[in-house]
Design a protein around this ligand. Structure first.
Ligand SMILES: Nc1ncnc2c1ncn2[C@@H]1O[C@H](COP(=O)(O)OP(=O)(O)OP(=O)(O)O)[C@@H](O)[C@H]1O
Ligand SMILES: [Mg+2]
Length: 464
């Protein structure tokens, strides 16, 4: 039997062993042993001592100012939305990890990207999960496939060695690996998808990609807990980590950057899944806006994703509780945030909300984490409690402090512009924001009570 070349290395203390243990025998930490292939013996040889008085070794470093400014021409991916999230296109020689839930459309996105890029560059699509026939089946469904040409090169292979050989032989400008978890390094005994396999495969691909200046796009699976499967190590290794997310029951998909060495991380790309593949949505606000006429308990906010404003509709339902402790459910917004806003309304407006159930939902299945949504949530809750409709064409923007005061929010100008573009006529914003937006009637408010009077104004008085 061939001698095993595998060792297990503790990730906390670095101790090595030839056998796997659940607990490191050196430092005692649990589950810290990870399989690694042993380095070749000559790599362990001692580095020769520098010869004194001999020829000086040639210098290889250079002054920062002298470093040549080779323009890093970014490659257009064919999707403006993907380019935006990448920071203006794909950087040659970079490594991008695309993660997402099963079936969300990662393969579709990358196959469409491959098709578009193949028009100008040489592109290799490595399918480790599906056979060539299965990829072809998807290909036939896509719009990009109809644009003609030979399309990208396709390789259905799971063996890392073969993939590396093909990359060396073809030297494409862009290579797509779908997925990194399905690749297998025969030198390691562990199963494909294990931590050691994923890390070794990614590292080997990276070494070659940097050497040959290949831009690599890797697909990574997301585990049940919602983190990228495989080790965190992978996230450190790559230049950018993109996550593709969305509601499986809605057709829109969102692409975000969790990490990006060559661009901002807060940009958002919006796509829609159609039967002929993914289509970019350049006007995403329209996706998240529902009925134009006002219903009780509805409010419109402007959330900002990076530099991208999104006009989003919120709905609240407040009803008398029949439980000992009232129910509070929020979709699209953190429940703690809702609790906090309800507490502020109870304390500062004297509303007996602790005797009412409260449900809150963001239209379109979008997640909004921003505090700038607070005022909109408060208005939706009060409107539902009072059974009132907010006047049509009003947006609410502002963060709510615990003292009931309204705090200013960032990028207000941008948010108001978007609201005006979509035909909104009024906006309630925190005082002191000092923005001029000629197309909108802007009401400034210092506290939540003042803001709600400005928003619900006439209707509130009707009831009193
Ligand atoms: N004919 C169709 N019409 C509309 N949508 C479709 C059609 N065929 C596939 N889809 C969509 O494409 C999705 C599958 O896309 P894809 O295979 O790219 O996902 P994936 O993220 O690569 O999945 P996996 O994690 O299994 O590799 C389906 O969940 C479905 O939403
Ligand atoms: Mg796939």
């Amino acid at each position: 039997m061939a001698k095993s070349t595998t060792t297990y290395v503790c990730q906390s203390c670095g101790a090595q062993s030839r056998q796997f243990f659940g607990r490191c025998s050196a430092c005692g930490s649990w589950n810290s042993l990870v399989e690694q292939s042993a380095p070749p013996t000559d790599a362990r040889r001692r580095r020769p001592a520098p010869a004194l008085g001999g020829e000086p070794a040639p210098r290889r470093s250079e002054a920062m100012a002298a470093v040549g400014q080779r323009p890093l021409a970014r490659l257009a991916t064919g999707f403006g939305e993907l380019d935006r999230v990448l920071g203006g296109g794909l950087v040659p020689g970079s490594l991008v990890l695309v993660g997402g839930d099963p079936g969300i459309g990662k393969s579709t996105l990358l196959l469409q990207t491959a098709a578009a890029m193949a028009q100008a560059e040489s592109v290799l699509y490595v399918s480790a999960e599906e056979s060539a026939q299965q990829v072809k089946l998807r290909w036939r469904r896509l719009d990009q496939a109809a644009t003609g040409g030979d399309g990208p090169q396709l390789l259905a292979e799971t063996d890392l060695e073969q993939v590396l050989k093909e990359l060396e032989a073809l030297r494409p400008a862009v290579a797509i690996i779908d997925s990194i978890q399905a690749l297998h390094d025969a030198e390691l005994a562990s199963a494909p998808g294990s931590v050691a396999q994923v890390r070794e495969c990614a590292a080997a691909l990276q070494r070659l990609a940097k050497k040959l200046d290949i831009a690599l796009l890797l697909v990574g699976h997301v585990t049940k807990e919602g983190v990228l499967a495989g080790p965190k190590v992978l996230e450190h290794l790559v230049d950018a980590v993109l996550t593709f997310e969305g509601d499986r029951f809605a057709s829109h998909r969102l692409l975000r950057a969790a990490k990006n060495r060559f661009g901002a991380t807060h940009e958002l790309g919006v796509f829609e899944m159609r039967d002929r593949g993914l289509v970019e949505v350049s006007n995403p606000s329209e996706l998240f806006l529902g009925s134009p006429e006002g219903l009780a308990g509805m409010a419109t906010i402007v959330a900002c994703e990076g530099t991208r404003p999104l006009v989003v509709e919120l709905q609240a339902l407040v009803s008398t509780t029949s439980y000992a402790s009232p129910r509070r459910t929020a979709t699209g917004i953190g429940t703690n945030r809702l609790h906090q806003i309800l507490a502020v309304l109870e304390k500062h407006l004297g509303l007996p909300l602790s005797r009412f159930d409260c449900y809150l939902a963001v239209a379109g299945g979008l997640q909004v984490e921003e505090p700038a949504t607070d005022l909109g949530v408060a208005a939706a809750v009060v409107a539902s409690y009072r059974d009132l409709a907010l006047p049509a064409g009003t947006v609410l923007i502002g963060e709510l402090g615990l003292g009931g005061q309204l705090r200013p929010v960032g990028q207000l100008e941008l948010r108001l512009q978007e609201a005006a573009r979509l035909g909104f006529r009024r906006a309630v914003v925190p005082r002191g924001s000092a923005v001029g937006q000629p197309a909108l009637e802007v009401h400034e408010a210092g506290g939540v009570a003042e803001a709600l009077v400005a928003a619900l104004g006439a209707n509130l008085n009707d009831q009193d």
